[in-house]
Design a protein around this ligand. Structure first.
Ligand SMILES: Cc1cc2nc3c(=O)[nH]c(=O)nc-3n(C[C@H](O)[C@H](O)[C@H](O)COP(=O)(O)OP(=O)(O)OC[C@H]3O[C@@H](n4cnc5c(N)ncnc54)[C@H](O)[C@@H]3O)c2cc1C
Length: 505
């Protein structure tokens, strides 16, 4: 195996796999793709329901937690991140959305308008073939009754809509960026697992390789691409001396380039939900459903169907929180399983769950290093609800969600709201519910925003203050897209290869 290459890509996640494979396809040079975690060779990765057991695993989840969130009663939230080939795209629910067209236009950056990015989405979808989920629960199918004018077409953030989502699953199996782009690895691409990067190495201001946490060094003749995700990439960059001067000096890190905004602009989709419970409604643990659970492994193995073929989130929708005739500003995820609201993993009874999340949050947090030790977790302040308009939108969204869940035609499977329950009506009571239960959709972005001026990364994905160093992952999004972030992260990987192949010398 070659341990030096023209390019080193750090992180074999959703964006990194595609950036690496496309650089090789474009004959930009040889590529070494480094992944801190293990391979994705596990039935839990491939089987959609497996994510239930992977989240929180010490092997495949970085298991980050946020700092205490001021507007959530000081609670710390899980910041789940995949740690394996495929990255968070190997642990996620596989919901497939490009985002709204104007999400990209509103970035107002050359090379990133909808017409610039659409071909990258098309190319990725040709490989991953995302499609409407087959075998969704009848409850999820029932969501289409909310906006019948759209038939059974999957919902879209472009207009109000609800129903079964599209997923990057093929024949009941996960099809990640790794599956679609680096298996098998094309000639010129080497992938290694268990290689955790500490920092970037420079020679005369040009990135020339990386140092691993075990101290060994690997060299790149044309440059280094950080694809370690919204938590990993800014951390590596700061350890490499690119970041806010005062923070780096306080940790004893030599400052290479004072970049105030590295780690700033962290944001995510804040969300909160409603639980429904009642006999004969959704999946759950009841005597009548025990045969279904007992059969589930066999149904999955023999026909790729049944409960284990469900990624838990099966559908949802987009709507305007206040019912205005404007663009949807909230997204809902629907899970046709009874989830515990008392903090227990397995709960008795049958039910379902729907959440609502703010599509375009205004709140911003920040990621800061706590140590120059590469294995020390950074401080992840999600900054949720720092901007009170996000809370107002979420309160309005919960009310609209409640109305829609009363209107939806679930037939005999309809169940009453069990938590927080109909008594929780006033804005203040709903705010308290969000404070107690609100979380995120696991879509952190923005910590290395691309932009003009003081933005750490320029619109061609080059890190300001360094040569031969680029970023290709969700961290470069200046503002999160209106829906789930996996497809947009992959698009960034695809565009990155195109830009870097043109710019690398
Ligand atoms: C539980 C969960 C559910 C989600 N559900 C959905 C969904 O249904 N649909 C959707 O669109 N989005 C979903 N997302 C979000 C989506 O998966 C991410 O936005 C996307 O995967 C981000 O891609 P990325 O390339 O930026 O980072 P990642 O895919 O996270 O890749 C980063 C990679 O870098 C590696 N890495 C990090 N640090 C280092 C280091 N120091 N050295 C070497 N390697 C390193 C990591 O191990 C990882 O493999 C979900 C995320 C989670 C966690």
């Amino acid at each position: 195996m070659t341990m030096s290459a023209d390019f080193i890509v750090v992180g074999a996640g959703s964006a990194g796999c595609i950036a690496a494979a496309e650089l090789v396809r474009r004959e930009a040079g040889s590529v070494l793709l480094l992944e801190a975690g293990p391979t994705d060779n596990s039935p839990l990765v491939k089987m959609p329901f497996g994510l239930v057991w992977m989240m929180g695993s010490s092997k495949r989840d970085w298991r980050y937690v946020s700092t205490p969130q001021t507007h959530l009663g000081g609670r710390r939230l899980n910041v789940t991140r995949g740690r394996m080939v495929g990255g968070s795209g190997s642990i996620n629910s596989m919901v497939w959305f490009r985002g709204r067209k104007d999400d990209f236009d509103n970035w107002q950056l050359p090379g990133w308008t909808w017409s610039d990015v659409e071909p990258a989405f098309e190319a990725i979808e040709a490989r991953l073939t995302p499609s409407r989920m087959r075998g969704a629960h009848p409850l999820t199918e029932g969501l289409h009754s909310l906006f019948p004018e759209h038939g059974t077409t999957p919902p879209t953030p472009e207009h109000e809509s609800a129903g079964v989502f599209a997923f990057n699953m093929v024949d009941g199996r996960r099809r990640s960026a790794a599956d679609g782009f680096v298996k098998p690895a094309p000639d010129g691409l080497s992938i290694v697992t268990g290689f955790e990067v500490d920092k970037v190495l420079f020679k005369d201001g040009t990135a020339c390789g990386i140092r691993l946490v075990d101290g060994s060094e690997l060299h790149a003749t044309k440059g280094v691409i950080l694809s370690a995700g919204s938590i990993g990439s800014p951390s590596i960059l700061m350890r490499s001396g690119v970041g806010p001067r005062a923070d780096l000096e306080a940790l004893g890190i030599d400052v290479r380039y004072d970049a105030e905004e590295v780690g700033a602009n962290l944001h995510d989709h804040p969300a909160a939900g409603l639980h429904f419970a009642g006999p004969g409604s959704g999946y759950g643990i009841t005597p009548a459903q025990m045969p279904g659970w007992a059969l589930a492994p066999f149904q999955y193995l023999l026909a790729r169907s049944g409960r284990f073929a469900s990624p838990t989130v099966e559908g949802g929708g987009f709507f305007n929180a206040r019912g205005l005739d404007e663009a949807p500003d909230v997204q809902s995820h629907f899970i046709p399983f009874k989830l515990g609201w008392e903090g227990k993993r397995y709960v008795y009874g049958s039910g379902y769950f729907a959440d609502v999340g703010v599509c375009r949050p205004k709140s911003r947090g920040a990621l800061r290093l706590t140590s120059r030790d590469p294995q020390a977790a950074p401080d992840i302040d999600l900054g949720l609800f720092n901007d009170s308009s996000d809370m107002d939108t979420l309160v309005a969204g919960l009310k609209r969600l409640r109305t829609l869940m009363e209107q939806v035609d679930f037939g005999a499977r309809h169940a009453p709201e069990a938590f927080p329950g109909p008594a929780v009506q006033s804005d203040d009571a709903l705010r308290a519910h969000i404070r107690d239960r609100g979380a995120t959709a696991y879509h952190p972005v923005g910590t290395l925003r691309m932009g003009n001026g003081a933005a750490p990364v320029d619109p061609r994905l080059a890190v300001r203050g360094a040569r031969g160093l680029w970023v290709a992952d969700a961290s470069v999004m200046p503002a999160v897209t209106s829906a789930n972030t996996n497809a947009p992260s992959m698009m960034i990987g695809h565009r990155a290869a195109q830009l870097i192949a043109e710019d690398a010398t």
